[in-house]
Design a protein around this ligand. Structure first.
Ligand code: GDP
Ligand code: MN
Length: 409
């Protein structure tokens, strides 16, 4: 009896000691990060570690926790099917929590068939901002008449047999062509300057330390990404041939290769420890920005230059006879038509779309932004051999290394 009591007492003491250590630890974290965790203001966080430029925005925030009045002319944009409602709600919940609940940006939903009532009701109640829904006109979605049906069916069969991802899917091809050349022409977007593409079933791992739309406008950025990787070459065997024809024909009217991000697309030398994971059959190294996350300037996509670029490629039929994705098409378009400093890598925005994610490498940033990710998780692609991010640092707009200034947070 006495023995049992003595053991109990010993355990109680032991746990009390552990408890007090924990309390001290949590107190320390709270002191260190509380001001930013509570976010009465936006701390001075670098816009991106992807530049040597020291300029930071002055993010003095009003004391109220709502920044509705500071909004940009922008919308969150989701192309989605009715059947993906659950996944759409998961993505919305995550983005609202991490970013939009303070801004209430509009959500715009696009679909090739009418949205059903359940979808509209559930997404509207999940959004903190206005919601709007549009039906894509058939001529912006469907396969054009001039595509040769026999050849198309034949190519679908071959790509399906070869095991190409979505190789046998007709609707996937419509989707890729729509996202490449038509999303920005939808009249529901006419009055906006910026869009933030969101897909169902994605996650935002961290609080946004700034409004990315505001960063885009104030810093003159036109395209923003978080993940970059290599494309499956079997989906785009002749895309680069088409790009080369376009380059020859447009040489006089577009940026010189030295002034654009052309080298990001074509350098296949050693970067860091790695050569490209796939040896490409053309001069294109297959690097592209993963377009399921993108924040872009609609006026860039609406420009004659981008439209001409898209139309030149479209005329080749590769969206159907092959399976050209909107990711390489956007990436090649922005890399050829923009200066590298007009493209931004949002280094601080943790994100996951199966099977890859990105997570801030800095421990302090992860705590400060309440991240729910491990930067060394195997899904985190950032500096793995199959990521093109290091190529962007080399051939795009550089890499910013975290500076002391962040310690002030
Ligand atoms: P993945 O990310 O390449 O595997 O392709 P997804 O299936 O995620 O499709 C990309 C985006 O297009 C997602 O936002 C989908 O919801 C959307 N999407 C794909 N196919 C269709 C379709 O046939 N109709 C509609 N309305 N949306 C589609
Ligand atoms: Mn997807």
């Amino acid at each position: 009896m006495i023995y049992i009591f003595g053991k109990e007492l010993f355990l109680i003491r032991k746990y009390q000691k552990i408890d007090s250590t924990y309390t001290a630890l949590s107190q320390r974290v709270k002191e260190q990060y509380d001001t930013s965790r509570r976010r009465n203001y936006f701390p001075k966080v670098k816009l991106s570690r992807n530049s040597y430029d020291d300029y930071t925005l002055n993010y003095t925030r009003q004391n109220d926790s709502d920044s509705f009045h500071l909004r940009e002319n922008a919308t969150i944009l989701m192309l989605v099917r009715n059947s993906e409602l659950e996944g759409a709600l998961d993505s919305m919940r995550s983005l609202e929590d991490r970013f939009n609940n303070k801004y209430h940006y509009d959500w715009t939903f696009l679909n090739d068939v009418p949205f059903d009532q359940d979808f509209i009701e559930a997404t509207t109640s999940m959004a903190s901002g206005k919601t709007q829904y549009a039906l894509i006109p058939p001529e912006d979605w469907n396969r054009p008449q001039w595509i040769n049906d026999t050849l198309f069916e034949e190519r679908l069969r071959v790509m399906e047999d070869e095991g190409v991802l979505y190789g046998g899917s007709k609707s996937y091809r419509n989707m890729c062509r729509f996202n490449s050349g038509f999303f920005f022409r939808q009249s529901i977007l006419d009055n906006y300057d910026y869009y933030f593409r969101v897909e169902p079933n994605v996650k935002y791992y961290c609080d946004f330390p700034y409004d990315p739309f505001r960063v885009m406008r104030l810093k003159g950025k036109k395209y923003g990404f978080v993940i970059s990787l290599y494309e499956y070459e079997e989906t785009i065997p002749t895309l680069w041939d088409a790009v080369e024809e376009y380059l020859v024909a447009s040489e006089e009217t577009i940026l010189r290769k030295e002034d654009s991000a052309y080298a990001f697309l074509t350098d296949s030398g050693l970067v860091g420890k790695h050569y490209p994971v796939v040896e490409a059959n053309s001069d294109y190294n297959l690097c592209h920005f993963w377009s399921n996350f993108e924040i872009g300037d609609l006026n860039f996509f609406r420009s004659d230059e981008y439209k001409h670029f898209f139309e030149t490629l479209d005329a080749k039929g590769g969206f159907y006879y092959e399976r050209w994705g909107d990711a390489p098409v956007h990436s090649i378009g922005v890399s050829l038509l923009l200066r590298p400093d007009e493209i931004i890598h949002f280094d601080e925005l943790g994100y996951f779309h199966s099977p890859f994610g990105t997570c801030p490498a800095s421990y302090a940033v992860r705590l400060d932004q309440r991240c729910r990710c491990k930067s060394d998780d195997e899904s985190v692609i950032d500096i793995t051999p199959h990521s093109c991010l290091m190529r962007w640092w080399k051939n795009g707009s550089g890499k910013y290394f975290l500076k002391e200034e962040q310690d002030e947070i």
